[in-house]
Design a protein around this ligand. Structure first.
Ligand code: FES
Ligand code: FES
Length: 215
């Protein structure tokens, strides 16, 4: 009888000590602020949720409204989903390409509030309230945008896989600096890698795009 009672007490104690089974919205946002996106979705954060905190279980969907290319999308997303994943897999905006998925190659570059950003490094829930432009947003119907035209004119790609990200980086650069020097273009494009080594053509295309935009 005593043993049974002890076992019950131990079980209760162990349950009290066990990490929480969910992720609070507060701990999730705090983690984002610290820039540790991976931790935000790792198995149960070790934080203890406040008793009245809203719980987000793994796999649970949350509502977001994303402003993409001037259109508002109301979506249900998992808190761990990157903007890149949502653009491509949920919305079919496949102009944004997948590369390293860890903020190194620039293939996934989109423009957020006029600044080029890696879509693989931003959670969809973080992007709410911003203005997002993807490659598709540079076009008018079927007509290419000016930066895209400049890339075609200057043959600024070989395999072309990096080109969407390069184009978005040039677009972002020119929004900030409409008449960049060669050095400024190189600096502005330094976050975008091209394994084919088309850099010379890309710089020329950026100069041409600047010209087209100013005319
Ligand atoms: S896929 Fe985002 S930086 Fe490489
Ligand atoms: S054109 Fe092939 S990776 Fe840049």
């Amino acid at each position: 009888m005593k043993n049974k009672k002890d076992n019950e007490n131990n079980k209760e104690e162990a349950e009290n000590k066990a990490p929480s089974q969910g992720l609070t919205r507060r701990s999730f946002l705090t983690t984002l602020g610290a820039g540790a996106m991976t931790l935000a979705v790792a198995d149960k954060l070790h934080a203890t949720p406040a008793a009245d905190a809203e719980m987000i279980e793994r796999g649970e969907m949350t509502k977001v409204v994303l402003d993409i290319n001037g259109r508002k999308y109301r979506l249900l997303v998992e808190p761990r989903w990157s903007l890149l994943y949502v653009l491509r897999e949920q919305l079919g905006l496949t102009g944004t390409k997948v590369g390293c998925e860890r903020g190194e190659c620039g293939t996934c570059t989109v423009i957020i509030n006029d600044v080029p950003r890696y879509a693989c490094m931003i959670l969809a829930v973080e992007a709410e309230g911003t203005k997002i432009t993807t490659l598709e947003g540079l076009m008018k119907g079927e007509e290419l945008g000016l930066v895209q035209k400049a890339f075609v004119e200057h043959d600024a790609f070989q395999c072309g896989y990096c080109a969407p990200g390069q184009i978005m980086a040039v677009e972002g650069l020119l929004r900030k600096n409409p008449d960049p020097s060669t050095e400024e273009i190189r600096h502005g494009m330094s976050g975008n890698l091209c394994r084919c080594g088309a850099y010379k053509h890309i710089v020329n295309a950026a100069k041409k795009a600047a010209e087209l935009k100013r005319s």
